[in-house]
Each structure stands twice: as structure tokens, then as C-alpha cells.
Design a protein. Structure first.
Length: 608
């Protein structure tokens, strides 16, 4: 835990202790509340939304600590004056739900609001499109002997207002959306469609992918497709005081498609979904097995938990897709959810063959098969995945050579045409170094320093300027005035006057140049953390794990890193760290499914 997070937890815990003492006059009880508040704050820093009381003892030192038993602790929390209940949260800073989950008040409020918004979407009566739209759906996807889950996902989105589509890279999510939007525009040519993603890079990639997949559509239909995806913040009209759009001022749209939805944290997901009119369709695309959001929550994974389909829903999908109902057999749910009839898992990979080493390794990581992964890495394969068995404290010589080789084509392109922003951007986009950590000798900061020295020696020998030709930078903070958003990548090139300019891709497909001094917070981007790489894809990646196990090393992180590559992965890691990483799962504490069940039960009497 970082020092700032610890300081924040300590400060919050002290306030809760003082408030409890003022209410109860009991120092012992106030001490228990202090420790619960501190543990909750630290848990939130790790991405959890809440803290189960049963986990508090383990966080607080385990057996032998002087915390009371669970019933006594629950009673103390409820009598403290600072802990509300779901039935009466009041203005209390903390809330304890009926299953002994302890929340910050705002996180409980977000969960409850999000659940209510989602239930309004799933509660809308299904509406099937006419025969002409069904025929177009079948024509776009074709018709084979086996059910096409891309077509079924599109049919589900035509039937209702909320659909969650989970699948890894190459499973056809973009194709599904293009065909779905074509059908929606056939049904309503004036439909107002918005495309969004959590980061600028993911939004740009979504726009490019949709255009590429839409070339087979009739020109008149293709021209009605939305041309650009937006960041979520830009779509909501982010400003220093919050967002222009919310539940009271909804977006003027009929359809919202959100790509890379696994990157949405609880707060942003709630604000976004509330800003979508109840009459609009909401289509979420992502990968439930990827890393969860950096902030609190694992919203997409929870929403994807139950891909089961009811008999009436299967009958409707069979009609739309010209299938027999018996052919439609959904996957088994990870856990039941009120969002059944709303979720589809895409599992067939169209990018990699069944024997692709990358695809096989990603599956082994996802399933926690460390032994099989290591054996496969030692045996080699089709050349798409190469293991550098490098567990040294600092990157060993073969890893350093891979760093240089990976960017050789980029450096060559800059030497040959130092003023060609488009060519430099294309060359840079081919390869990336993905680090599990930010700090340390194998972290992103150290690797960036190393590659900065390499680039300066090749492209600007003798220069001490931080703005040397070819320096790539990543924006770290949204700046709507400059139209720059967190995750945007720019390339430093000399301007006509010889002064450096940072070139960013613009909406027209060209590039715009900005003086370095105008940029918001940024950092060099030869290497980035795996978290920062979400929503991006590269032809080749070098994945660099630390020499020792770390809390952030999980199978979700490694799976996300491997699946950033279109063609080739080089994996630099020791065997023990790899095995420990695959064995570790991300388990974020949340009560969203409980809130969904509560909201469904509350609505049930009104539906009878």
C-alpha cells in the first residue's frame, strides 16, 4: 500500500473514531470503528467497493486481534452513529448492508443507483423487429449449420434495451456491432447512435475498426453509421464541476455502444448509464477476463456473470436468426443474476487459429493452468509467443536486445523521414513494451529512461533536451480544451522552425501539432503499464514481469498483456513469478449483484 493511501486511510479512520466517540462515549467501540474504517479505506485503494466484515479480522492481524466476534462488531457498527443501513442510510459516512458488507456511503449509493438503472433497462418489454430487419440480420451474418453467437448477440440487442457482450480480442465483437447497427438503421434510419470508450485510444481504435468492418455495407447505409467514437468523459460533457449530462439532463441518443467496458469503474458506469435515456438501447462490449477498472469495482465482469437465456428469449432469438430453439444452448452462468436474457459470451477466435501459441497461452492463463503454460512455453510453438526466461533483478541482455529490436523500425522511420508524422505514428504503433509495474528496475519508468537514452543516441546525439525527435508521450489527464484525453499518444517531431512539436492523431485522420509546453500532464511512452495498455492493440509486444511476485501480478493482468498482441508476444519473466502470477486471481469485493437482486425483488410486486 502506498504512503498516500495509508495516510488517507489513517486520516479517515481518525475522523470516524472521533465521530463515534462523540456519539457513544465508548473509547473501545470507537477504536473498533477506527479499525473498520481504516481497513475499508485501504480495501478501496485496492479496487474493492466494500469490505466484508468477515474479512476485517484477517486484515487487522488475524486470530488473536482484539476485535469482537462478528455479531458484537455488527451491533457496535449499527450503534455507532456513523453507520447507516440500506433501509436508512441517512447522512452516515458508512453503510452496512444485510450481508455484512461495509461501504462508504457514496459507493453504496452508486451500486444501488446502477442496479436500479440496469433493472429499468431489462424490465422493458421485449420488442421484436419486423421480418425485413430479421432477413437483413440473417443476410449480414450468413446462415450455417451451427448457431452463430455473433448473430445471436445482435438479435438479442434488437430484442431489448440492454445487452452485455463479452469476448476476447478476435472474437468478433466489432463485426457484431457493425451488423447490429446496420439492422437498427434499417429499422429506424434516423436513429441517433453514440459510440464511446473509456479512453481516447480505445475510442480511436473503435472508430477505425468499425470503418474497416463496414466496407461491405451498401454506401447509403454505411454513410449513416456514426463516424467517430468518443471518450466517455467527452460524451458526458466533462467540465471542472462534473458532467453536463446526467439523469436529469440525459443524452439525446437512441443507442449507446460502449467498447472496452471492462475499464469502467463503479462511479463512471453509474454516471454514464444514468445519462442514457430509459428509452435508449445500451450495448456494452468488453472482456470479462481482462483487468478490472483502475478505480473501484469490476462492473463489467459482474454484469457478464449470467449468460443464461429463458425459453421465451430463446424462442424469439430462434425466430430472428432462422434457427431451431434446440440449437441455441447458452453457456452456464458463473452465478445467477437478474440480468439473464441480457448477456452473450463470444468464445470463437477469428484472429488466431485453435493451435495459435498466443491463444493457447491466453486460455491457460485465464483457466489458471500454470503447469500447462510453462510446459508450452518451454516446448515453443508456432513462433507467435517466445519466452525469455529472464528473472534477473534488472532486464538481462536478451531482454534488452528485444527492447532495441522492437523499436528499430521506428527509429529507422524517423531517420528517413523526421517530418512524417503519419509514418512515425504507424511505425510506433507496431510494437510496445508492457510492464506489470511502474516502479523498479523492470518497471515502466526505468524502461522508458533506458529507451530514451537509446533513442537520443540514435536520433539526437549530443542533445540534452527532453523533447528530442521521436520522443513518444502519453497524456495522463483529460484536457477538453486541447481535445486531449487520458491515454492519447503523441510523437515529438521538429517543426518547420526547428522547434519541437508533439503530433497527435485528429478526428479527420490527420495529425495536429502542439508545443510541448501546452500539454497536460504526460510521460514518455516507449513502455507503459499493462493497465495503461487496456483498449490498445499492437502487432508485437514485449511483456516484462518483475523479478519477484507482487500484489498486482494476477492472471487477469497477464491475460490482458498477452491479448494486446495481434501477431507476436515476447514474455520476459522467471518461471516462479509466472507460476505465481497465473495462480493469483483478482477478486474484487462488491455487492452489485446483491443490489440487482434487491431491486428486482422490490419491482416484483408491481409486475404481478
Amino acid at each position: 500500500m502506498s504512503a498516500p493511501e495509508q495516510a488517507l486511510a489513517d486520516g479517515f479512520a481518525s475522523m470516524v473514531e472521533r465521530w463515534t466517540l462523540a456519539h457513544t462515549g465508548d473509547p473501545l467501540q470507537a477504536g473498533w470503528l477506527r479499525r473498520a474504517a481504516q481497513a475499508l479505506s485501504l480495501a478501496i485503494g485496492e479496487g474493492h467497493v466494500c469490505l466484508p466484515l468477515a474479512a476485517l479480522d484477517a486484515r487487522d492481524g488475524g486470530p488473536g486481534s482484539d476485535l469482537p466476534d462478528l455479531p458484537t462488531l455488527r451491533q457496535a457498527l449499527q450503534a455507532s452513529g456513523v453507520v447507516g443501513t440500506p433501509a436508512a442510510p441517512g447522512a452516515c459516512p458508512l453503510v452496512l448492508d444485510d450481508d455484512d458488507r461495509l461501504y462508504l456511503h457514496r459507493h453504496f449509493d452508486y451500486e444501488r443507483r446502477l442496479a436500479q438503472r440496469l433493472l429499468r433497462a431489462t424490465g422493458a418489454p421485449p420488442a421484436l423487429p419486423d421480418d425485413a430487419v430479421a432477413q437483413q440480420l440473417q443476410a449480414l451474418f450468413g446462415h450455417g449449420d451451427a448457431p452463430d453467437w455473433q448473430m445471436l448477440a445482435a438479435a438479442l440487442a434488437l430484442r431489448q434495451r440492454l445487452v452485455v457482450v463479452s469476448g476476447g480480442p478476435g472474437t468478433g465483437k466489432t463485426t457484431t456491432v457493425v451488423h447490429l447497427l446496420a439492422c437498427l438503421l434499417q429499422q429506424n434510419p434516423d436513429a441517433r447512435i453514440a459510440l464511446a470508450a473509456p479512453t481516447g485510444k480505445a475510442a480511436a481504435r473503435m472508430s477505425e475498426a468499425l470503418l474497416q468492418r463496414a466496407t461491405h455495407l451498401p454506401p447509403a447505409l454505411r454513410e449513416r453509421l456514426p463516424a467517430q467514437a468518443s471518450t466517455v468523459h467527452r460524451l458526458l460533457g466533462a467540465h471542472p464541476g462534473g458532467f453536463a449530462h446526467d439523469a436529469a439532463r440525459p443524452l439525446a441518443i437512441d443507442v449507446l455502444v460502449v467498447d472496452e467496458a471492462s475499464m469502467l469503474d463503479l462511479a463512471l458506469a453509474t454516471r454514464l448509464f444514468e445519462a442514457v435515456p430509459d428509452t435508449a438501447r445500451l450495448i456494452l462490449l468488453g472482456d470479462k477476463d481482462q483487468l478490472a477498472a483502475v478505480e473501484s469495482g469490476a462492473v463489467f465482469a459482474e454484469l457478464s456473470a449470467d449468460p443464461s437465456l429463458s425459453a421465451p428469449c430463446i424462442a424469439d432469438l430462434a425466430r430472428l436468426c432462422a434457427l431451431a430453439p434446440a440449437q441455441i444452448v447458452p453457456a452456464a452462468p458463473l452465478q445467477p443474476s437478474p440480468l439473464h436474457d441480457s448477456v452473450v459470451w463470444l468464445t470463437r477466435n477469428f484472429r488466431f487459429g485453435a493451435e495459435s501459441h498466443i491463444a493457447r497461452a491466453a486460455t491457460q492463463v485465464r483457466e489458471g493452468q500454470a503447469g500447462e503454460l510453462l510446459q508450452g512455453l518451454r516446448d515453443g510453438g508456432d513462433g507467435s509467443l517466445h519466452w525469455l526466461e529472464d528473472g534477473a533483478a534488472a532486464p538481462a541482455a536478451p531482454t534488452l536486445q528485444c527492447l532495441r529490436d522492437g523499436y528499430a523500425a521506428y527509429f529507422d522511420a524517423l531517420r528517413e523521414a523526421p517530418g512524417d508524422a503519419a509514418g512515425a505514428a504507424r511505425a510506433f504503433a507496431r510494437f510496445r513494451v508492457l510492464c506489470a509495474l511502474r516502479e523498479g528496475p523492470r518497471g515502466a519508468l526505468a524502461i522508458n529512461r533506458l529507451l530514451e537514452d537509446e533513442a537520443r543516441a540514435l536520433l539526437a546525439p549530443g542533445s540534452a533536451s527532453p523533447w528530442f525527435t521521436g520522443r513518444p508521450v502519453m497524456v495522463l489527464r483529460n484536457d477538453p480544451v486541447l481535445r486531449l484525453f487520458n491515454g492519447d499518444i503523441g510523437i515529438t517531431l521538429p517543426g518547420a522552425d526547428g522547434e519541437p512539436r508533439v503530433h497527435f492523431a485528429d478526428a479527420s485522420g490527420g495529425h495536429r501539432a502542439l508545443p510541448p509546453l501546452r500539454l497536460p500532464a504526460h510521460e514518455t511512452a516507449f513502455a507503459m503499464t499493462v493497465h495503461k495498455a487496456q483498449g490498445s492493440e499492437f502487432d508485437e509486444v514485449l511483456v516484462l514481469l518483475p523479478a519477484q511476485p507482487a500484489r498486482v501480478l494476477t492472471r487477469e493482468l497477464l491475460y490482458t498483456a498477452l491479448t494486446r498482441a495481434r501477431q507476436q508476444v515476447r514474455l520476459a519473466a522467471g518461471a516462479e513469478v509466472l507460476a505465481a502470477t497465473v495462480a493469483a486471481r483478482t477478486r474484487r469485493q462488491s455487492g452489485l449483484l446483491a443490489r440487482l437482486r434487491e431491486a428486482a425483488q422490490a419491482e416484483a410486486p408491481a409486475c404481478r
